[in-house]
Design a protein. Structure first.
Length: 602
């Protein structure tokens, strides 16, 4: 059922915020999810629903990982139990779940552009709806936000932007924007100060002093904390206490009545309402199950994650070679670069949510003789696509793209799957694409990448590789590796983490099948593939990647160019769909990618 906040008293709203927190703490402690962001957004979300109408005004949450209170208020209180589970609610906003969710999100800093587009449409349709945005301080560090503000300040259409400032990104926020916003938070609220001046003028100055008042207003703009936004043509109100329901509602009402673009700067506490998580705690951003009483995480015995193997291997490399440098775009712990930043603070940086800047700035370092490692989730590298072509590959610069979370990522779902990197990188000239099959070959892969004189991209999965019984061998450019020769006319070709799926499928199959680790998608090992075509007719491809333009496509191109006619190739890569959220195994099963399913398909 919808919870109608508009009719509630302050007292009832306070109780509602407690009920929402209790529900989030209860479910997320059992199921995992985005925790501290969402606790910090409770009063702001109630305020949005009190002043605006989610079923007509576009409610736009940036990243939307903080949208759980919004979902609880819009007919998903009971279903919230299924958050991020396979077949259940998405952990992000999703219009096909509820009309109250205006747009899909998951990648950051899109919200103000969406609001501009919505506002233009509303004007053209002569409607009176008002887009309302919630964007965090971390998401304000991406360039796309300023592209949107630049236009919004010019066209001056009514948009209310709630800047939910908890002085945290996932980790501590980085950069001048964050420092600027924190400085404002440290000061007193400009509006209260402005109000005092206005009433002083009215009371003590004779009639007709509007001229002076105007001058005072202009002068104050010079000291208004929101000068950055005011100068861009967007009004600024704040900072306000983002947990004071009355202040939030009053301010949002004022902002809405201004009928122009306005930023409401709200100070909040990340994790508010769950003591253990309140404040600057990176590990409460996205959590697995935990014990509510003491905040202890439910420890699951897991093999060493690829991220940790990567980070340790990069530390070794950086210890040996002074010219190794690297960046993360606001994902220091997720990528393991936090370890490098600690050990080599003058050679590894968090550049904030700025993937485009990460790519291009590292291209310059490569030109200067350094060996940059851009460590980034496959899905977020999509944000720097043109920079890869224009600033790295065109000049054939030796930048390494270390792509974590390649393949299915699980509970984050369709906005985060690492499905596309092979397809979107393979057609770029000078790019080298290769993939390790286990931890040891990941380590060897970094040593190999270090020596390359061209751009390269190495991919590895979320979580751990499977342990393989095959000895690991060093990479040789463009060379595949036969792991096992079999008597069957079938050939299994694995790539990256897909190699273990090929091995597990072969183990279940009745025939004795040859297994090839392709190792390189570009340059691909044409010679070996042509030789194998004389022995094997039925080829099967295993890779955690989109079929379109992926590994199977690359192999078919070789067979076509080399005029090979006898091979039938079937690729078990992802079909032409966006892959939904859920535990990775459940998602793989829904795609028919479990070995026992593949054996039947073969
Ligand atoms: C393009 C992109 N890069 C990185 C991320 C990963 N990410 C998700 S939330 C987040 C931090 C957002 O911080 P903020 O906007 O302050 O929200 P808070 O969690 O503090 O409420 C980051 C870096 C992303 N979602 N999209
Ligand atoms: C919302 C967001 O984009 C990040 O919090 C992301 O969910 C982290 O993913 P991992 O859990 O794979 O590090
Ligand atoms: Mg924040």
């Amino acid at each position: 059922m919808n919870i109608d906040v508009k009719g509630k008293s302050q007292k009832e709203l306070k109780q509602l915020s407690q009920d929402i927190r209790d529900r989030i703490i209860d479910v997320v402690s059992r199921k995992g999810g985005h925790f501290s962001s969402t606790l910090g957004a409770v009063e702001l979300t109630i305020g949005m629903h009190y002043v605006f109408d989610a079923y007509s005004d576009p409610f736009i949450f940036d990243v939307s990982h903080q949208c759980y209170p919004h979902k609880l208020l819009t007919d998903r209180w009971d279903d919230f139990e299924t958050i991020r589970q396979f077949g259940g609610l998405s952990g992000f906003t999703k219009p096909n779940e509820s009309v109250a969710d205006y747009f899909v999100a998951g990648h950051s800093s899109t919200s103000i552009s969406l609001a501009v587009g919505a506002a233009k449409s509303i004007k053209l349709k002569n409607e009176s709806r008002v887009p309302v945005v919630m964007i965090g301080d971390g998401s304000m560090t991406a360039g796309m936000v300023y592209e949107a503000l630049n236009e919004l300040g010019d066209i001056k259409l009514p948009v209310v932007i709630i800047l939910n400032d908890n002085e945290m990104s996932i980790a501590k926020p980085i950069g001048a924007i964050s420092k600027y916003l924190s400085k404002i938070l440290a000061g007193k609220s400009y509006q209260r100060f402005k109000g005092k001046v206005d009433s002083f003028i009215k009371k003590n100055m004779p009639e007709g002093t509007t001229y002076i008042a105007k001058r005072m207003e202009e002068a104050m703009k010079l000291i208004t904390p929101g000068i950055l936004f005011e100068e861009m043509g967007v009004d600024y109100i704040g900072p306000i206490d983002g947990h004071d329901l009355e202040e939030v509602i009053d301010t949002l009402q004022i902002a809405k009545d201004m009928n122009k673009p306005v930023i409401v700067h709200a100070r909040t506490v990340k994790g508010k309402g769950y003591k253990v998580a309140e404040g600057q705690h990176e590990h409460w951003h996205g959590v697995g199950p935990f014990n509510v009483e003491d905040g202890a995480f439910v420890k699951k015995e897991a093999p060493k994650a690829a991220t940790a193997v990567f980070a340790d291997a990069l530390i070794n490399l950086a210890s040996k070679h002074e010219n190794v440098v690297g960046v993360t775009a606001a994902m220091p712990s997720g990528t393991g670069i936090n370890k490098l930043m600690d050990k080599f603070p003058d050679r590894f940086w968090d550049v904030a949510i700025a993937e485009q800047h990460a790519v291009t700035s590292m291209a310059a370092m490569a030109k200067e003789g350094f060996k940059p490692f851009i460590t980034i989730y496959s899905t977020f590298l999509q944000r720097g696509f043109d920079q890869i072509i224009h600033d790295v590959c065109l000049m054939d610069l030796p930048v390494v793209f270390a792509m974590d979370r390649a393949g299915i990522v699980g509970n984050d779902g369709e906005t985060h799957q690492g499905a596309f990197d092979i397809s979107y990188l393979r057609f770029i000239p000078n790019m080298i694409l290769f993939a390790p099959r286990d931890n040891k070959t990941l380590e060897l892969g970094l040593d190999f990448a270090y020596k390359l004189k061209s751009p390269s991209a190495i991919r590895y999965p979320r979580g751990a590789f499977s342990e393989l019984e095959y000895p690991s061998t060093a990479f040789e450019l463009g060379k595949a590796e036969i792991l096992k020769e079999g008597s069957s006319k079938k050939l299994f070709i694995g790539y990256g983490a897909g190699v273990s799926r090929a091995i597990n499928t072969e183990a279940l199959h009745s025939e004795d099948i040859t297994i090839l680790d392709l190792r390189f998608v570009k340059p691909i090992d044409k010679k070996t593939l042509v030789e194998l075509s004389s022995k094997y007719d039925d080829w099967y491809v295993f890779s955690d990647s989109q079929k379109q333009g992926g590994v199977g496509s690359a192999i078919l191109e070789v067979l076509n160019e080399e005029n090979v006619k006898n091979v039938n190739l079937k690729s078990f890569e992802y079909e032409d769909i966006f892959i939904d959220h859920g535990d990775t195994k459940k998602v793989e099963e829904s795609l028919g990618l479990l070995p026992e399913q593949l054996v039947k398909a073969i």
